[in-house]
Write a protein of this length. Structure first.
Length: 328
C-alpha cells in the first residue's frame, strides 16, 4: 500500500513547495514609513550647483530587501548616486533603482539591502548678481518619523539665511558652518519647503578650499542622526540572503520532488494494476473461489508464482491476486 502512496505524497509536497515559492517571489515589499530623513544641502561644493543629499534611515524592524520610494524634482533627471550603507561611517555601496516621472516630480524606487540609504542629485541655483538662492521642497509621499535639513555654507559665502530660520549652527568636520533645521515627524501628505539665500562674490568652489570629505552625514546633522541607534543599520546578511533566495530554493526543491514523484509512479507496480483494470474486472470472480482441495494444493507440479511481485498463485488463477499481473 505504501509503495502506491509514496508517489502521491511526494507529488503533493512538491506542489506545496512550488506554491510557497510563487508566493515568496511576488515582489519586494514597499517601506511605508521611514525612521529618519536627513537632507544635506551643499551649495557650490564641487559644482556651481546645489548638491542635495538624502540620508534615509529605515525602521529597525524592516524586512530586507525592501523597496524605498522617494520623490525628487523631474528637472534634475536621474539621481547622481544611489547607495546603501552598512553603517553611517562606512563607504556607500551602489544600490539598484528605477525611476518614474509623475508631472514635475520623479519617483525613485530603491532596492535597499541595508537600513541606511543614500541618494544624491544636483540642482540649479538661482543667481541674482552676488546673491544665490535655492528653494528645497520635500513633496511628501511617505511618512517620516523625523525630518531634518542641514545647509552647508560655501567656503567664500557670507550672510547665509534660511526661511524658515535654522534651529542651530555648528561647524562641520570640513570646517564649514552648518545650519540645521528640525521639522519633526511628517505624514505622507505633509510637504516641507526651505529657502536658502547667501551672498558670494566669486565662483570659488568649497572643495578647493577644504580637504574633501566622503559625502556623508556630518557636523550637527551627524549628531542628530546618531540619536537613532546605529547598530540597527548593520547588514543582516542572513536575513537579507534568506529573504531573497529562500523562495527560489523552495521552488527548485518542489520541482525536484515532482520529478521524483513521477519517477516513483513510473517504477511502481501499481502502474501495472492501473493498466490492467479491464482484465481485473473480467477475472474478479476468481477472488471469491472456494479454497481448493488439499490434494490440489500439495501438487507441486501446478504451483506458479507471479513474475512481477513473486506471490504464489492458486490453481486456475489467470492473474496475480496481489498485483493483478497476468500469469504465464
Amino acid at each position: 500500500m505504501w509503495r502506491r502512496l509514496w508517489p502521491l505524497i511526494v507529488g503533493a509536497l512538491g506542489v506545496l513547495l512550488v506554491g510557497w515559492s510563487a508566493v515568496g517571489q511576488q515582489g519586494t515589499p514597499r517601506v511605508e514609513r521611514l525612521a529618519q530623513v536627513l537632507v544635506e544641502l551643499w551649495p557650490e561644493y564641487d559644482r556651481p550647483d546645489m548638491l542635495v543629499l538624502y540620508f534615509i534611515r529605515l525602521p529597525s524592524d524592516t524586512l530586507l530587501p525592501a523597496e524605498v520610494a522617494v520623490r525628487i524634482p523631474a528637472r534634475v533627471g536621474d539621481p547622481f548616486a544611489v547607495a546603501v550603507r552598512v553603517s553611517p561611517d562606512s563607504p556607500p555601496i551602489n544600490a539598484a533603482y528605477t525611476t518614474e516621472v509623475e508631472g514635475e516630480w520623479q519617483w525613485v524606487y530603491i532596492t535597499a539591502n541595508a537600513l541606511d540609504v543614500q541618494l544624491e542629485y544636483y540642482d540649479a541655483l538661482e543667481r541674482d548678481g552676488d546673491t544665490r538662492r535655492y528653494t528645497f521642497i520635500w513633496p511628501g509621499g511617505v511618512a517620516v518619523d523625523r525630518f531634518v535639513v542641514s545647509v552647508q555654507q560655501p567656503a567664500t559665502a557670507t550672510m547665509l539665511t534660511l526661511d524658515p530660520p535654522e534651529d542651530t549652527r555648528e561647524p562641520g568636520l570640513e570646517g564649514l558652518m552648518h545650519f540645521v533645521k528640525e521639522f519633526g515627524a511628517l505624514g505622507p501628505q505633509d510637504q516641507v519647503q526651505l529657502t536658502v539665500e547667501y551672498v558670494k562674490p566669486d565662483d570659488v568652489l568649497s572643495v578647493s578650499k577644504i580637504q574633501p570629505p566622503q559625502p556623508q552625514a556630518t557636523s550637527a546633522a551627524a549628531e542628530a542622526a546618531a540619536k537613532v541607534e546605529t547598530q540597527d543599520s548593520m547588514f543582516d546578511f542572513s536575513g537579507s540572503w534568506f529573504t531573497r533566495w529562500f523562495p527560489w530554493f523552495l521552488g527548485v526543491a518542489g520541482l525536484i520532488m515532482l520529478a521524483i514523484a513521477g519517477w516513483l509512479f513510473w517504477r511502481s507496480p501499481s502502474s501495472n494494476v492501473l493498466l490492467s483494470q479491464p482484465e481485473r474486472r473480467r477475472g474478479r470472480g476468481l477472488h471469491f473461489r472456494a479454497k481448493p482441495p488439499a490434494d490440489e494444493e500439495s501438487d507441486e507440479g501446478d504451483v506458479r508464482y507471479c513474475p512481477q511481485c513473486g506471490a504464489r498463485a492458486r490453481p486456475g488463477d489467470r492473474f496475480c491476486r496481489m498485483c493483478g499481473t497476468p500469469l504465464r
